[in-house]
Design a protein around this ligand. Structure first.
Ligand SMILES: Cc1cc2nc3c(=O)[nH]c(=O)nc-3n(C[C@H](O)[C@H](O)[C@H](O)COP(=O)(O)OP(=O)(O)OC[C@H]3O[C@@H](n4cnc5c(N)ncnc54)[C@H](O)[C@@H]3O)c2cc1C
Length: 469
């Protein structure tokens, strides 16, 4: 727990924020102090709700001077607990909601930190553009949050992570100074790139107040399908074929196991089994192209050859937008679908694509030996080598007993990941959950360099002190 905040600091903060700019009302605070999966609850002496970059700077400046810690929060959809304060000032970006510019010629949108990802999508569609970052949490996740976590999502295969989609940032640094780096350049090779330190910085190097984001043309031809395959090995073979067949036009290639689909059918209303018969594994494939009919033709070639060669057991191709949404809904509900099944050890790992099948086989053998009867779901962005590998307690088992074994079980999973050359956090970040675990897998040389960067920008360690090295 962070040290108590002096009363005079609280009153200075209230005074710069003005009426409506802060709250200590428990009902107002409650949803911001509970993490989406109920895994973390927090406390804060004050919810700060700045409306402008200048107000953010004033808050950070007062805290820096007094050595008072701050936790920034956007939509509170982060999955590693970094946005939940433990006694720090909670700085919410919910009132930083302006879209400052939208330019289809420069292919850029400049949006403030509290704008949701869904609002960005809606705004850019009005000028015939798209921002290709898609998350199941996009209705709530914010620009500041996706930047600070370097969010990934379903289109990384084609467009990269948030890191690849940001042209410039505006941020308040830990000393309270405003850095205006809201450039919109595709090329700017002028030394260290400060924005890349803030991207994925999880609020440890400052508060992101606005971002200029890269836009892309809307693609007129889009085909979405779910195909059944026998194993993750075959899924990877189909991924290679999809790339060969559609070139750079593969937008998404997602893996799901049968157990995860059954949890969705059982626990989420309005879902339909995608295929008439059950199969052990499924891939959701999306191809998109600027040329009318090209995506549909590529999907047809991919699936018919896959069926002919015995790689694909069955497949369904969406014929309408509503059908495509229904297929995506099965994928997006993998996590919510398993929530009612009880205590779960979640892992967001990545390995080289060539090692995905080996990872699933080795981790599953280890987990089944460690917790006989545990229920494993492995799903995710297999095209990026990113698997959400979740170990749910045995049916009818005891939640507390399962949770008590989490650290030991996760260590076994992470050791396999490390041995295969992977990462223990592919897209969710480290937050409060994985910082210590990451220290174990990074070299002392790297940790020392990262500590030195933080120390130089935030010597009093006021920004999100529980996160990172
Ligand atoms: C259903 C669901 C699906 C998801 N799917 C994906 C997925 O596919 N890919 C993926 O990558 N993530 C996914 N996530 C995780 C989450 O949505 C992302 O991490 C998202 O980027 C968090 O945005 P947020 O605004 O909610 O940030 P928050 O949860 O509020 O904060 C996350 C972190 O960023 C920091 N932060 C927030 N705003 C700022 C700011 N303005 N300046 C500095 N630091 C800040 C916080 O301190 C915290 O450390 C999913 C989450 C859910 C609930």
């Amino acid at each position: 727990m962070t040290k108590p905040v002096p009363a005079d600091v609280l009153s200075r903060l209230k005074s710069v924020l003005g009426e409506g700019g802060w709250s200590q009302d428990p009902d107002r605070l409650a949803p911001k102090l509970l993490e989406w999966r109920d895994r973390w609850t927090g406390t804060t002496p004050l919810l700060a709700l700045p409306k402008t970059t200048a107000e953010v700077a004033a808050v950070v400046g007062i805290c820096a001077e007094a050595g008072v810690a701050i936790t920034p929060q956007g939509g509170n959809t982060g999955l590693v607990g970094g946005q939940i304060p433990q006694g720090e000032i909670l700085l919410s970006t919910e009132r930083l909601r302006a879209i400052r510019d939208l330019d289809a010629f420069d292919d850029v949108i400049v949006a403030e930190a509290g704008v949701t990802l869904a609002a960005v999508h809606e705004a850019v569609a009005t000028v015939g553009r798209r921002f290709p970052l898609g998350l199941a949490s996009e209705g709530t996740a914010t620009v500041g949050g996706v930047v600070s976590t370097n969010a990934g999502g379903t289109q990384v295969l084609r467009y990269g992570t948030t890191r690849d989609l940001v042209l410039g940032l505006e941020a308040v640094l830990p000393n309270g100074e405003v850095w205006n780096g809201l450039k919109r350049l595709r090329k700017d090779n002028t030394g260290y790139d400060l924005k890349q330190l803030l991207i994925g910085g999880e609020g440890t190097l400052g508060v992101v107040t606005a971002a200029s984001l890269k836009l892309f043309p809307v693609l007129v031809s889009r085909a979405t399908a779910i195909a059944a395959v026998d194993s993750p090995e075959v899924a990877i073979q189909m991924l290679a074929r999809a790339k060969d067949t559609a070139g750079g036009a593969v937008e998404a290639f997602e893996l799901m196991g049968r157990r995860g689909i059954e949890f969705v059918l059982k626990n989420i209303t309005g879902q339909r089994d995608p295929l008439p018969q059950a199969h052990p594994w499924y891939v959701l494939v999306e191809i998109a192209s600027g040329e009318p009919g090209a995506a549909e033709a590529a999907m047809e070639r991919l699936l018919s050859k896959g069926l002919e060669d015995g790689l694909v057991r069955d497949a369904v191709v969406a014929q309408t937008d509503a059908q495509a949404k229904a297929l995506w809904s099965i994928r997006e509900n993998q996590s919510p679908g398993q929530k009612p099944e009880g205590a779960t050890w979640k892992h967001d790992i990545s390995v080289p694509v060539s090692q995905v099948a080996r990872f699933i086989a080795e981790a599953s053998a280890a987990m089944e030996a460690f917790v006989p009867g545990c229920r494993i779901t492995a799903f995710g962005h297999v095209g990026d080598g990113n698997i959400h590998y979740d170990v749910i307690r045995p049916h009818g088992g005891d939640n507390a007993e399962h949770s008590a074994k989490r650290d030991q079980g996760s260590r076994m999973v992470h050791d396999i990941v490390a041995r295969l050359g992977g990462s223990i956090s592919a897209e969710h970040g480290l937050g409060a959950m994985k910082t210590e675990e990451a220290r174990r897998y990074k070299s002392p040389v790297e940790v020392a360099a990262l500590e030195a960067i933080r120390q130089s920008l935030d010597p009093k360690r006021i920004m999100n002190p529980r996160v990172f090295f």
